[in-house]
Structures are given as C-alpha cells and as structure tokens.
Design a protein. Structure first.
Ligand SMILES: [Zn+2]
Length: 101
C-alpha cells in the first residue's frame, strides 16, 4: 500500500497531495486490492503510515486540504467535531493550479 500511495501522490509544500482519482467533494480515492474496493486515500494513508483509525472516527486534515495524504497532517476526529473543523476546507486543484472548495 505504501508504494501505491506514494506513486499517486506529489509533494506540494508541506502537503503530500493525491494525484490519483478523486470524488466530487475533492477527496482522493485509492483502490485497495486486499478489500477489492475503493477507499478514501487519506484514510488509507493514515492506516498505512500512522495506525488503525478508531471505530467511527473521521480523519481530519489539519492543513484543510482534502486531497492531502501527508500523515502528519491527518488526525482522527469524531464526526461531530469534524463537521465544525471542516468549515472552510478546500482541496488543491492540479488542473487550475490553486485551492478550490
Ligand atoms: Zn497537508
């Protein structure tokens, strides 16, 4: 999984940005062969590089960039806390070369 995550990401300043497929909301998606399904890239990155995500927890981006998978920017947050924290979150658009919401 480590190789796959690195292959589909690029360093951009402090962030490690996902360049693979994305869903409409700006989150990166990665194919997980072991589970035969697509999963959110930042969650897979957290599990791969940090550890298991506690039950029912969301993964918050402290940098506010949804398609960032830099493990030091990811932290588990309860869905309730996450809704408040994510106001104003954006994602990096490679196409436009800027952050977009
Ligand atoms: Zn980041």
């Amino acid at each position: 999984m480590d190789t796959r995550l690195r292959h589909y990401s690029r360093r951009h300043g402090e962030c490690l940005l996902w360049i693979g497929s994305r869903i409409h909301s700006g989150y990166g998606m990665v194919w997980v062969p072991e589970e035969s399904k697509q999963r959110l890239a930042h969650r897979v990155a957290y599990e791969t590089w940090v550890g298991p995500i506690p039950d029912g927890m969301d993964i918050d981006h402290t940098c506010k960039v949804r398609n960032c998978i830099e493990p030091t920017h990811l932290r588990p947050l309860s869905p309730k806390e996450n809704r408040g924290a994510n106001a104003g979150e954006a994602h990096w658009s490679w196409k436009h070369g800027k952050y977009a919401s």
